[in-house]
Design a protein around this ligand. Structure first.
Ligand code: MLT
Length: 213
């Protein structure tokens, strides 16, 4: 499928009211990359999985970078906005609720940028190997928005301190951030999946309680 210039995959959920997931791949990935991870983390959820539009030596990404870990801030803002619009339109097209982002690496960084710039688009976020996406983010009220950040203690691309700074930045905006550090590198490991599953279960239980109350 494609819309607003995004090639994407959509998989309907099983209709049990699970919060949809917005799957955001890493550099060089595509819309197929995180489908299995998304299904493992949330078996009943609808999955919306766009491919990043920026090409770096032929590798899809969600925004331009000047070097590894050095981002083009204007492009981050523009692309976060464009992706947020895509998600809002996809919600109408497919009849789904505001998703939880499940992003890896570059996909986690654009999800963090959306949290800082267009927070209403996401109901929460799972950020795997994320870093601070913007040097000067405007003030935002994340009003207890749930966020799970999982970093790797031996990650050569994203220093755990950078993920900790992202956690502080989001907490300063009142997000409810859980930061976990795994004995891992930049690649994902089984404990990432287990932690994401457990966190999402807690998140869903909280939503159910709110709905019943
Ligand atoms: C990024 O560019 O978003 C980060 O450096 C992670 C990566 O994609 O390698």
């Amino acid at each position: 499928m494609s819309a607003a210039g995004f090639i994407y995959r959509f998989e309907a959920g099983s209709g049990h009211g699970a919060t949809p997931l917005l799957l955001l791949h890493g550099t060089g990935g595509d819309e197929n990359d995180l489908l299995a991870l998304g299904r493992a983390v949330a078996p009943d959820a609808a999955l919306l999985s766009p491919r990043g539009k920026v090409l770096e030596n032929g590798m899809p990404r969600f925004f331009r970078r000047l070097a590894e870990g050095v981002f083009d801030g204007d492009d981050v803002r523009r692309r976060a906005d464009e992706l947020a619009d895509f998600v809002e339109n996809a919600r109408i097209r497919h009849g789904i609720a505001a998703p939880v982002a499940l992003g890896y690496s570059n996909g986690a960084n654009i999800a963090a940028a959306i949290l800082l710039l267009r927070p209403e688009v996401l109901s929460g976020a799972i950020l795997l190997r994320a870093m601070v996406p913007l040097t000067a983010a405007p003030p935002v009220d994340l009003a207890a928005k749930p966020v799970l950040i999982i970093s790797g203690a031996q990650d050569p691309i994203v220093a755990p301190e950078n993920a900790a700074r992202l956690a502080d930045l989001l907490r300063a905006s009142r997000a409810a951030v859980e930061l976990r550090v795994l004995p891992a590198g930049h690649g994902l490991s089984d404990p990432d999946v287990t932690m994401a599953q457990q966190w999402l279960r807690k998140f869903t239980a909280k939503i159910d309680k709110t709905t019943v109350a």
